[in-house]
Design a protein around this ligand. Structure first.
Ligand code: CTP
Length: 400
């Protein structure tokens, strides 16, 4: 999840920063609001406290961290100042760091985006333009203001661009190395556990490692990842939303309501095809003799996901096979209306369940087969994501 410091300085346009904050959060960013003291004359701290990813900060000295400017600056993937007043621009141009916002701008190596907003007379001042030229020359991104209505009934150059333009600019700077920024990716992982009685389950040998690796690789590319999992592994970096489930029915209940909102769904989980009918709600005793376990089919909700797939969404299934890998995988891809299927031959000792390596094939709807060599599950995940990113870009081109 990319971390953005949202700097707000003392201009009437500070109200637009509220929506910038909201939209950045919606796009999957972690937003740390930092206001100058005078910005609070225009907009309340409480608003940013409520909307930001963490409480807003204002003070260089009265902060939970001993050194909030370096804490924020080092952690940031981007710092955006919107609105940036002529005063803040001057400070940034001259390396002045007399409050938390300007000190944070100095204490970061992350890209800095400055969004000036002021009256036309101020905007046209040579001093302001020279300061902006100096910032641009140092690689600072400047989003020029627009012409339009200004405060106090004035009209002219100097109006802060609309929040969606600011957010688009932030995302495009961030997305230079993060092609999935602003995308939602849902990954399921692990084998489901279907109860026989209150202590015994039917499960399979899936470890969840491949699903976790996909979640990790997607988050590293900037995606907002939801991981629906049956296993208790360390949560991968950048994955904020984790839903724990046990059974196929619980996984279905977790996935279906949020499916339509996803750009990508990767069903890496090994979902049980059958479950015991009427599991006992107590432990059955040995003296009762060998239990007769009657099974009934679970619902294959990947079929539902394929049938309900919105335009532009990419749906990926897995096929764990012990024979006829290619034919079985292709059959599942077509039957379930998938965009890709990842097939692995789980009869091989170094691929599939439990181990850290995998050897898979990736099939697409055109029947093209990509045979990946034996490699770590993270490397497999990264290769799968290359296919996903390429497909998303081509779907975008078809839609627009
Ligand atoms: N899947 C699912 N719900 C189920 C069973 C499977 O969503 N009840 C998904 C899995 O997550 C996987 C894909 O379907 O992505 C393929 O699962 P698999 O069990 O291999 O496919 P089946 O169609 O059940 O074929 P078979 O068991 O005959 O190999």
């Amino acid at each position: 999840m990319p971390r953005v410091v949202l700097g707000v300085s003392a201009g009437v346009a500070a109200y637009k920063a509220v929506e910038v904050c909201r939209r950045l959060i919606d796009a999957g960013c972690f937003v740390s609001p930092v206001l100058t003291a005078d910005a609070t004359r225009f907009i309340g701290l409480a608003t940013f406290d409520a909307l930001g990813s963490e409480p807003s900060r204002i003070d260089l000295f009265d902060s939970p961290e001993p050194s909030p400017h370096t804490f924020l600056g080092q952690r940031a993937d981007l710092v955006v100042v919107a609105p940036a007043t002529a005063n803040v621009i001057a400070k940034l141009a001259h390396g002045v760091a007399d409050d938390l916002l300007t000190a944070t701008c100095l204490a970061t190596r992350a890209p800095l985006l400055v969004c000036p907003a002021m009256h036309t007379e101020m905007w046209e001042q040579q001093a302001v333009q020279a300061n902006l030229a100096a910032l641009r020359a140092r690689g600072v991104h400047v989003l020029d203001p627009e012409s339009g209505d200004l405060a106090s009934g004035d009209h002219g150059m100097g109006r802060l661009p609309e929040p969606q333009r600011i957010v688009k600019t932030v995302l495009s700077i961030l997305s230079e190395n993060r092609p999935l920024l602003g995308r939602r990716v849902l990954v399921t992982a692990g084998g489901t556990r279907e109860p026989i009685d209150s202590v015994r389950v039917i499960t399979n040998r899936s470890s969840g490692k491949q699903g976790y690796a996909i979640a990790q690789a997607a988050a590293a590319l900037g995606a907002a990842v939801t991981l629906v999992t049956t296993v208790d592994r360390a949560i991968p970096d950048g994955v904020a939303d984790v839903v724990r489930v046990e059974t196929a029915a619980q996984m279905q209940a977790a996935v279906m309501p949020i499916a339509a909102a996803q750009d990508v769904i990767v069903m890496a989980a090994a979902v049980a095809d059958f479950r015991p009918v009427d599991p006992l709600d107590r432990k059955s005793k040995k003296q009762e003799g060998p239990p007769e376990i009657v099974l009934e089919p679970t619902h294959d909700f990947l079929v539902d996901l394929g049938a309900l797939k919105p335009v532009g969404q990419i749906l990926i299934g897995f096929a764990a096979e012990t024979e006829a890998l290619h034919d079985n995988a292709l059959d599942k891809l077509r039957r379930k209306n998938l965009d890709f299927i990842v097939g692995n031959d789980v009869s091989q000792p170094d691929a599939g369940f439990e181990v850290d390596t995998n050897r898979v094939i990736i099939l697409d709807t055109a029947g093209v087969v990509h045979e990946l060599p034996l490699q770590t599950k993270l490397a497999v995940a990264r290769e799968l994501l290359v296919h996903i990113v390429t497909r998303l870009a081509s779907l975008d081109r078809q839609i627009t």
